[in-house]
Design a protein around this ligand. Sequence first.
Ligand code: ADP
Length: 400
Amino acid sequence: KSSQQKEVSKEWKLEPEHEFRFEIDFGTTVKLKLISGTAEIFGTEIGIGHEYEFSGRKVAIFTWHGICSVEYVANETPMTSYLNMHIALEQCREEAKSKSEKGPRVMIVGPEDVGKTSLCKLLLSYALRHGRQPIFVNLDSNEGSITMPGTLTATPVNHIIDVEEGFGSSATTAPSFSSSYMPMVFYYGYSDPSDNVKLYKVLTKKLASNVYRRLVEDEIAKASGIVIDTSGLIDSTGYEIIQHCVDVFDVNIIIVLGHERLYSDMARLYKERSGVNVVKLSKSGGVVDRDNAFRRQMQMRKIREYFYGSLAPSSALPIGIDRKVSETQLVKVEPDDDTLLHSILAISSANNSEEHSLLESSIIGSNVDTGKQKMTILSPSPGRLPKQYLIMGSYKWMES
Ligand code: ADP
């Protein structure tokens, strides 16, 4: 319901293996309650009688067994093929565990809006239900599933993915080094891998080596393997990046979602190479194209949530800029430089200004800045800045 509209409620009955799909705009809220039976949202089970609230989301509720629930019900879903994929991955994990080897390293590729992120959530949730703790790697900097847009992240998934919030952004809101489940975050600073291919490659390589360091220490995560979400870039630059990421993350299963040509190209590319399997899965009819305005709003919501948590006022406005810094070379920003105004800044954990260490250090927080001689920053965690080097990319944010 929107503020002007009355609350209306409706009840829906779902047959086994049917999916109930709905789209809710920003500024509108839908509440959902499961009355009986069992159901899940992108792999996470929902509880009977609990009221879930959604806004600015496109969601599918799926049932294996049939339920009663509260705009269209679909019975043609690729869920069985997704489940079979999960079962195959579970077999790999079981084998890996018994031999003390690495579990499956799965990468999901495809164009934008084919359900890559949703499939990641599903595979991760199912793995979690089997007591696994896979690592979720998000290489789609446009989206910033775990934290801010502009970041490349890896997160050990060890608790249920929130139905309302998705992966949420709270994981990194308060920088704390005490938690062993701290996500690894690198600030790339752009939305598209093609904006700075060289930097993207440097950071993904570094992220991969951090992930592998973690797998060595953690037996459960090691056997559980990793699930990698990618950007929707599938032109020649996209192909180059996919191959780079397959190499650095030692991917052994590539899932191509909803794109015939990409599948045959990948199958051909990796035909000769033993150890890399290319699998094709179809796109769900429920996946919705998100236009630029919707994406923009999603990004802004992510940024706002990062600073304020999910109860933020909805008055934040984006302001557009696009300023490119060449390749991996850092350019010093003068403190009186107007370009700093309203910038998202990442705090580097680097201890010296040596370029490589700066670029390759994990990001532990971000700020909005109003530049004069003095910087006023907005930070989700109070207190002193833990480090002195800040990295600026192309993201800007402003509260109205
Ligand atoms: P991609 O990662 O390929 O860009 P997403 O997984 O983010 O695609 O899906 C695009 C949009 O479609 C998202 O808003 C998601 O919530 C929605 N969506 C995905 N699968 C379904 C489905 N089966 N029914 C309804 N909406 C869906």
